[in-house]
Design a protein around this ligand. Structure first.
Ligand code: NDP
Ligand code: HSE
Length: 436
């Protein structure tokens, strides 16, 4: 091996340019930590003319990805283009050449993780993906190493920076989310396709990766109930606030023996809880281990430098492994490949939760008793009610918070409620969670 560790970067966008900045600005620190210089040998992007806010030596930029993949001198390939293809092909090719691979591509790992993990296992090559979950938060290494001695009973938290940024601004400024999403995109937080953020899919990608590592089981995206923030209005944010709650997009995983609960949806959390204090692009992931108890990891969940921090951490880890020729020491799946066991994911209809309901009702006297009667018939008990003053001839909101009940029951009750002639629009349902 050379006296330097050579890195090839594919994708010189938001995160890629952050990686270049850290490798340049902290080169000395990194060399002292690794024991060799870590040199950025090539950067491949479709566009090598746009100013990325960082200067690279002549000859480093290329539009030909094979300048990296086919170069036997390059030890570590960093994939930061995103999406399924050609990212998967590049990663598989690099692994089969026994190069170390670092990626931030949660969509790829959630949708095709088994193929990528198996390729790394077969090649006995290193695969780092710390930046795929929680931006700069070291959650992957916590799951695979720091907390590896624990049975994890739950993983819960804010795992999409863009949605949290939007919900925070909606809460603080009572603005609707269209222009706030544009701001998140300008800041470099949103995915190339921002519907992945606002529809909860990006958070579900991250939950799938974490469940896989925490419980040693493959998980398919289809098994994870996923609902985003696009239906959350400033009206619901204001009512929730009046009742002492804040709305957050949460990813929730619970281990119930041989069954896992895994879901992503907007959630009312108590306003005084730490989860409600997580603002803007910050993420917070709360884990409970049987030995360690409660752990919360908190930090910037998106953006150029925070995410690049995680990527560079992986580059350093892989560089150290190459120097010591100690590849694949930590399985990327956290569990040994042959020790993983498929676990089933609980059906959403069977989960238990508290619920916030906003019924838009016509101004008639017996409305509350009619609706509470339907909820009672389905075994759902009410914990509080908020009814706004009536305005002649206009529908009024009736807010109901329930005690814990089974999802199947609340969905059946909603069907009956929405069929009533006194209901002027489909009832809004938001789940609630007793976070600490
Ligand atoms: P960007 O869109 O900013 O950057 C991607 C870059 O890759 C673009 O310059 C793009 O060029 C280039 N590219 C696309 N296809 C190819 C190709 N075939 N060959 C060479 N270059 C190509 O994305 P981000 O930096 O934001 O995201 C990169 C990855 O990191 C994604 O997987 C994302 O999910 C993940 N991530 C992003 C975070 C963030 O905060 N932004 C946080 C955590 C993870 P062009 O623009 O011309 O298409
Ligand atoms: N779009 C993602 C987010 C990037 O907003 O959280 C970080 O994974």
């Amino acid at each position: 091996m050379d006296q330097v560790v050579k890195v090839g970067l594919i994708g010189f966008g938001t995160v890629g340019s952050g990686v270049v900045k850290i490798l340049q600005n902290n080169a000395d620190l990194i060399a002292r930590r690794v024991g060799r210089d870590v040199v950025l040998a090539k950067i491949a992007d479709l566009d090598v003319t746009t100013d990325r806010g960082v200067t690279v030596p002549t000859g480093v930029l290329t539009t030909n990805v094979n300048d990296i993949l086919d170069d036997p001198q390059i030890d570590i390939v960093v994939e930061l283009i995103g999406g399924h293809e050609p990212a998967k092909r590049f990663i598989l090719q690099a692994l089969s050449s026994k190069k170390g691979v670092v990626t931030a591509n949660k969509a790829l790992l959630a949708d095709h993780g088994e193929e990528v993990f198996e390729a790394a296992f077969n090649a006995q090559a290193d695969l780092g993906f710390e930046a795929s979950v929680g931006g700069g938060i070291p959650i992957i290494r916590s799951l695979t190493e720091g907390l590896a001695g624990n049975h994890l009973t739950s993983i819960m938290g804010i795992m999409n920076g863009t949605s949290n940024y939007i919900l925070t601004r909606m809460t603080e400024e009572a603005r609707d989310f269209g222009d706030i999403l544009q701001e998140a995109t300008r800041e470099g937080y949103a995915e190339a396709d921002p519907s992945l953020d606002i529809d909860g899919i990006d958070a579900a990608h991250k939950l799938v990766i974490m469940v896989n590592l925490a419980y040693g089981t493959p998980v398919s995206m289809g098994a994870v109930y996923t609902e985003g923030i696009s239906k959350i209005s400033t009206v619901d944010i204001a009512f929730a606030r009046e009742l002492g709650f804040t709305i957050k997009l949460l990813g929730i995983a619970k281990c119930l023996g041989q069954v896992i609960e895994a879901r992503v949806h907007p959630t009312l959390v108590p306003t005084e809880s730490p989860m409600a204090q997580v603002h803007g692009v910050y993420n917070a992931i709360h884990l409970v281990g049987d030995a360690v108890g409660d752990i919360v990891l908190y930090g910037q969940g998106a953006g150029s430098l925070p995410t690049a921090s995680a990527v560079v951490g992986d580059i350093i880890d892989l560089a150290r492994n190459r120097i010591h020729e100690s590849f694949s020491r930590v399985s990327p799946t956290s569990f040994q490949w042959e020790s993983r066991k498929p676990l089933s994911i609980k059906l959403m209809a069977e989960i238990e939760s508290r619920y916030y309901l906003r019924c838009m009702v016509k101004d008639e006297p017996s409305v509350l008793s009619t609706i509470s009667g339907i909820l009672g018939k389905h075994g759902i008990s009410i914990s509080s009610v908020l009814q706004k003053e009536r305005k002649q001839g206009q529908p009024v909101p009736l807010i109901i918070l329930t005690h814990r009940s089974i999802e199947r029951g609340i969905q059946s009750a909603l069907q009956d409620i929405n069929a009533l002639s006194i209901i002027s629009e489909s009832t809004t349902l938001i789940r609630m969670e007793d976070v600490e």
